[in-house]
Design a protein around this ligand. Structure first.
Ligand code: ADP
Ligand code: MG
Length: 172
């Protein structure tokens, strides 16, 4: 089975549900460190999806779009499913819309963010050509107001997340 998942999101609530499903998959995998990239035009729903994801991971309060700050960090804690240990991870929500050169990536101190221990959610990844291959790439296309969301794995960790989502959706 190819590690790919596509969903049509007819309205915002569909996108919110998909974000929550992704959050459930990350919880089920005990918050693996991942690089998740989000492609799509302005207004496609990238931030909307990330908000739903972060909320489903327990982030409370306002989740600002990082279009100005470039990066917004969140601490995420879940109770472990096994062994009753809790798991904590830092999530970085990043928006590279304003980036024009790879040097800016380093100037903004974002090099440290991709430390392989965090959950990185990157909007406009195409603006930073030096970005590593994502574990999970999300592509949102808009057609007459309807959003088509395609998720593709770039690693075995990403594939495991997609497999979990596919079987959870099949059970629903
Ligand atoms: N199916 C949908 N999925 C996501 N957002 C939608 C959808 N339909 C309408 N919208 C609206 O489109 C906008 C998407 O904005 P946002 O998530 O900030 O986009 P992006 O981060 O891709 O620029 C929001 O105002 C949201 O209410
Ligand atoms: Mg956005």
């Amino acid at each position: 089975m190819p590690a790919m998942l596509s969903r049509r999101c007819a309205d915002e609530s569909d996108t919110l549900r998909l974000g929550a499903l992704l959050g459930a998959a990350l919880r089920a995998r005990e918050l693996p460190p991942l690089l998740i990239t989000l492609h799509g035009d302005l207004g496609a729903g990238k931030t909307t999806l990330v908000r739903a994801l972060l909320q489903s991971l327990g982030v409370r309060g306002r989740i600002k779009s990082p279009s100005y700050a470039l990066v917004e960090p969140y601490t995420i804690t879940i109770d472990g499913l096994e062994f009753k240990r809790s798991v904590q991870i830092t999530a970085y929500h990043i928006d590279l819309y304003r980036f024009s050169s790879p040097e800016e990536w380093l100037d903004a101190g974002l090099g440290d963010v991709l430390d392989g221990r965090s959950l990185c959610l990157v909007e406009w990844p195409e603006r930073a050509p030096g970005l590593p291959v994502a574990d999970l790439d999300i592509r949102i296309t808009t057609n007459d107001g309807v959003r088509d969301v395609l998720m593709r794995a770039g690693s075995s960790a990403g594939a495991a997340v997609i497999d979990w989502m596919a079987s959870a959706a099949a059970d629903a």
